[in-house]
Design a binder for this molecule. Sequence first.
Ligand code: FRU
Length: 492
Amino acid sequence: NTWTTDLRYKPYRNWKKSYVHSLAKSVHYSFWRTDYHIQPATGLLNDPNGFSYFNGKWQLFYQSYPFGPVHGLKSWFHIESKDLVHWKNIGPALLPDSKFDSQGVYSGSALPVKNSLFIMYTGNTRDTNWRRHSYQNGAWLDPNNKITKLPNPLISNVPSNYTNEFRDPQITKTKTGYMAIIGGQNINLQGKILLFTSADLKIWKFQDELHFSNKILGCMIECPNLIFIGKKPVLIFCPQKLEKNILNYKNIYPNTYITGNRFDKKEATIDQPTSLKNLDDGFDIYATQAFNAPDGRALAISWVGLPDISYPTDKDGWANCLSLVKELTLKHDHLYQYPVKETQSLRKMPTFKNITIFNTNTILFKNTSNSYELEVDVPQNTNGDLNIMADSSNKYSVKISFNTIKGTVIVDRAKSGICFAEKYGFKRTSILPAHKPLTLNVFVDKSIIEIYLNKGYKVVTLRVFPNKFQNQINVSTKRALSIKSCLWNLTQ
Ligand code: FRU
């Protein structure tokens, strides 16, 4: 297929069932399908949407283009879970079938209201000159998973002084009603977040742009999320084309966050905001969606993939997956992210292995399934390499170089298998406190790796596309090194 614009925007009803069937078959045989991460049945997945708790279950949707591994006409696909770990496919939920979302049901969020789930999403439309007009739309999901779109948009026009790059509403409940923050761009082409309020979910008023930084935040902000940990606001967002002197990042676009001391809704202000930080130190995190769950936890899930990048699974007819669900906490004002405790229910029998090596390369585990959690404890003031998905000669591997003298972890995917996204470099560095021991929790799942450093002080997420013979874990060092490790196979 050559994915022309016409083909990518071909109406869903015009695709033949037999085509989708053969696509599903090709996807099924893909070597890089994950075991315990959310992935599309066919085609492309991007942003997580509508993450919420409703009807006694965790509800989640994702941006879907089911007909190929490209960004085409988007819809929402619905999945649900009892434990945030085992997910069940419910099916396509919001299709681009109305005049207010004809060119794509774009990202949004959800909020339980009485006995239904209220969904707020962006409807993307284009005029005959392919100029964009964005609507913010509403829909209801009932406890039988029946969806009813509202006949008219909640917000039909972008406020003056902003452009039609206006999308991804995050709806939340406030003391007096509802609030939505929406990603946008002002007429000077600067990234902004717009704050709207509503007393009744029907009439939405533009209040102000959100004040949280005196920097120019790129040319457009996508996927804003404001959550609270204790009373402290955490704002997670994706500024496009952000200057590198504002934030040091290597990916095409960063997924960033700030924390503050207090959120003042009336003034639309986050008090004492920090500077921008990378949410993830890895290669592939974008469009993270977070919410304050009714059980008191702040939960987040990310798209593991980036806009405008091709992945080696494209040839198999699918692209991208979602991260594990992460709990967000603040410790001494530092944001920690760690897979929710329910993730431990995937663990099978542990295998412990403690080794001391001198100036050599040693096998830690052989014949791994490439679906496991590996925990490694490294003492302070040492250094070495942990090679996962390594082949027997250690020529191929994902190389995790740790240095607990300086306090750095460098992840190198240059020789991790099939190369991709070469333009954005092969290494990412995480900075940790120096002269301190290090714990690594590495979640490996066929073609995705999530590395949590010191129980979530930093996170490094990456896609990798290993060859069949890369199923070993090696450790190498230039001086004496003792490590403790434990491996659990993870299966659903
Ligand atoms: C972010 C994004 C959103 C948009 C959606 C479309 O990845 O571009 O801004 O709503 O994806 O699929």
